[in-house]
Design a protein around this ligand. Structure first.
Ligand SMILES: [Zn+2]
Length: 105
């Protein structure tokens, strides 16, 4: 079934997902607060798949195991992966052209 924004879930090279089987990007706030000193969910991310720019909070986040996978809400491409090990974290941003992070003046 197609969602309002046209993204229907589906199968990708890293697995299959049903639409609705995700949380929004705010699910990344806690995990990413360990490695970013700023509130990264309000940052603007730019998708490599479709060029959409939008706040990290609007990503579709699947997980938690084996890690968090954040997909573009417009095209479904993976824009961010986050895995937290016992004493380290892996952040894969291959699907993101850039992150614009607002900072205080
Ligand atoms: Zn996209």
């Amino acid at each position: 079934m197609m969602s309002e924004d046209g993204y229907t879930g589906g199968c990708y090279d890293d697995g299959c997902y049903d639409d609705g089987d995700y949380e929004d990007g705010n699910a990344l706030a806690g995990p990413l607060s360990e490695i970013f000193a700023v509130d990264v969910v309000s940052a603007q991310g730019h998708c490599t798949g479709c060029g959409t720019t939008g706040p990290i909070a609007q990503l579709r986040v699947y997980g938690p195991g084996p890690g968090l996978v954040a997909r573009c809400p417009a095209c479904g491409q993976v824009v961010m992966r986050y895995v937290r090990g016992r004493d380290s974290a892996w952040l894969d941003l291959r699907g993101t052209v850039s992150l614009r992070i607002d900072l205080a003046e």
